[in-house]
Design a binder for this molecule. Structure first.
Ligand code: 6PG
Length: 237
């Protein structure tokens, strides 16, 4: 696990955008294709805007999302709507490189459909291997739509699961599972703000099933956080 702490949310967004750009170039150079799953919520918006400003050529880059709410794509609660506004609308990228989670199909049908799509499109032996999976951090220690005490945290065969009782509204969601994230070449946990300090402290302390975000440590995890979220830890930059 690599941890980078920076002075503020803007610096965290800059760092995340830089790491993503380097990883995308590595993937394209090595395999001619790059699969990037973007995080939901509000924190990633600035990172997306910086990616749009700093990356001119999106050839070969496929955009996914690591979780979605079960709402129509034009709903203000849609993560894809946030991704469209902060990134897709600002770049030139082919439609067949965009892979929105079909939240409008509902937790069961949507999860089945998206799992089939990512198995079809993303290379991998038994588990498709994403180049980068970006995740956010909730104050309760959730990540994506894997919430404390919920069974989806323990899912070890499916790659995409439905959630019906999310404690964070809206209640119905789709989410990557840990086996899919652990197979990725890099997981980036991007977080900022004092409200996330307790959750981030638990993530950095150890793997704990009561803190789903801490289980991201089972993959190749890079934590990028501002000082407010990192609490007493000193900034690296
Ligand atoms: C979602 C997200 C969720 C989010 C965290 C942090 O769909 O709500 O995927 O996991 O990343 O709750 O949200 P903020 O970035 O808005 O604090």
């Amino acid at each position: 696990m690599r941890v980078t702490t920076v002075r503020d949310a803007e610096a965290a967004a800059v760092r995340a955008a830089d790491v993503v750009n380097v990883m995308l170039d590595e993937a394209l150079g090595a395999r001619g294709v790059a699969h990037l799953a973007l995080a939901g919520g509000s924190t990633p918006k600035r990172c997306h805007e910086l990616l749009a400003e700093r990356r001119a050529d999106w050839s070969g880059v496929h955009l996914w999302e690591s979780d979605e709410r079960c709402v129509p794509p034009d709903d203000d609660e849609s993560n894809w709507k946030m991704i469209e506004a902060s990134l897709i609308s600002r770049i030139a990228i082919a439609e067949d490189q965009l892979h929105r989670m079909p939240g409008e199909l509902g937790p069961d049908e949507g999860a089945d459909a998206h799992e089939a799509e990512l198995r079809r499109v993303v290379e991998g032996d038994d588990v498709p291997v994403f180049d980068i999976v970006m995740c956010g951090l909730g104050e309760d220690g959730h990540t994506m739509s894997l919430f404390p005490g919920h069974p989806q945290v323990h899912e070890r065969s499916r790659l995409v699961v439905g959630v019906r009782d999310s404690p964070k509204p809206p209640p119905e969601r789709l989410s990557f599972t840990l086996p899919l994230v652990h197979a990725a070449r890099r997981t980036i946990l991007l977080t900022a703000g004092a409200s996330k300090a307790d959750a981030l402290g638990a993530v950095l302390d150890r793997e704990d099933e009561r803190v789903p975000a801490s289980l991201l440590r089972g993959g190749r995890l890079e934590v990028i956080a501002d000082d407010a979220a990192a609490g007493s830890r000193m900034s690296d930059e």
